[in-house]
Design a protein around this ligand. Structure first.
Ligand code: GUN
Length: 298
């Protein structure tokens, strides 16, 4: 049976480390790390995310400032707010919660955030800088921010002691926020990476040859347990709600991998929930700390 990679425990450990580093930075330089979170409208899932970000900031001693705009906010109001935050020295990270209401131009918003405060790692400047980075470990000095979910996958692998050097990694999914960046990160850490997607031929066979499988397709239990090779590591990024008459709520969360069957073959596996999920916010905290450390050096 596979060893469970406990993302909740790793994220708590990481947040404790970040919290200590934030205090140390304040003591040594006077710089208090600050994160601004912008929420436009009332999307229930976004409200939960934003609330959780506030709680994590507290745990990490990061100053958290929430800006709530009405669902009918104008593009120019949002742009003016971002401009103000870009120029506020007390703010080291700016995160605009996505998705935005349909009438707003998401791309213009992401481009407007100062790349030096783009703790989501979504600005094309950060994407481009990351693509040209020679070594993963050069990131802090290069002034790059990595997107939080794929960065969290890497942190889980590294903290679990999974061997990356020379490993065959198969990434299923090619999105800009997970598939593509996690593949680039694995490559920069010396994995041989195969990126698979809906048109990949013989997907089961490709996955069977993997030492590391990252599933990020957003389809419940799409990756079958018998696709997982003996001793492989499985990182399941999927969060899918499916109906389950036996559950009290009538639904439950599953990942992109058939968890129970995959556990019989894998050496390490992340559960859903409690695997990659809690790592995303932890890496956001890490990026905010890194941004404040860079600001203190200037
Ligand atoms: N909405 C859901 N996840 C995220 C995230 O990581 N960043 C932003 N900006 N919006 C999100």
């Amino acid at each position: 049976m596979a060893q469970i990679i406990d993302g909740k425990a790793v994220s708590e450990q990481l947040k404790a480390e970040i919290g200590a580093a934030v205090l140390k930075l304040k003591e040594e330089t006077g710089v208090q790390a600050g994160l601004a979170v912008i929420l436009v409208g009332e999307d229930p899932a976004s409200q939960v995310y934003v609330k959780n970000k506030g709680i994590s900031c507290k745990q990490c001693n990061i100053n958290s400032i929430e800006h709530r705009l009405p669902a009918d906010a104008k593009q120019e109001d949002l742009m003016a707010l971002i401009d103000k935050l870009n120029n506020d020295p007390a703010i080291h990270g700016i995160l605009c919660q996505l998705p935005l209401p349909k009438h707003l131009d998401e791309n213009q918003v992401l481009l407007a955030i100062d790349p030096a405060k783009d703790v989501d790692g979504f600005h094309p400047m950060n994407v481009g800088k990351f693509m040209t980075l020679k070594k993963f470990s050069d990131m802090a000095d290069a002034g790059v921010f990595l997107p939080c979910t794929p960065y969290g996958c890497i942190e889980l692998l590294q903290r679990s002691g999974v061997k990356l050097d020379g490993a065959n990694a198969v990434v299923i999914g090619r999105s800009n926020i997970v598939g593509k960046p996690v593949a680039m990160m694995l490559m920069s850490l010396n994995c041989t990476v195969t990126i698979c997607h809906s048109r990949t031929k013989n997907l089961a066979d490709v996955v069977r040859a993997a030492d590391i499988v990252v599933a990020a397709i957003g389809s419940p239990e799409f990756v079958k347990g018998d696709w997982i090779g003996k001793g492989a590591t499985v990182i399941d990024v999927g969060v899918n709600r499916i109906s389950d008459p036996a559950a009290k709520s009538g639904t439950r969360l599953v990942g992109d991998v058939e968890y129970a069957a995959a556990s019989e073959n894998a050496a390490f596996i992340t559960p859903v929930p409690g695997g990659v999920g809690p790592m995303t916010i932890a890496m956001l905290m890490k990026n905010t700390l890194m941004s404040a450390q860079r600001a203190a050096k200037k």
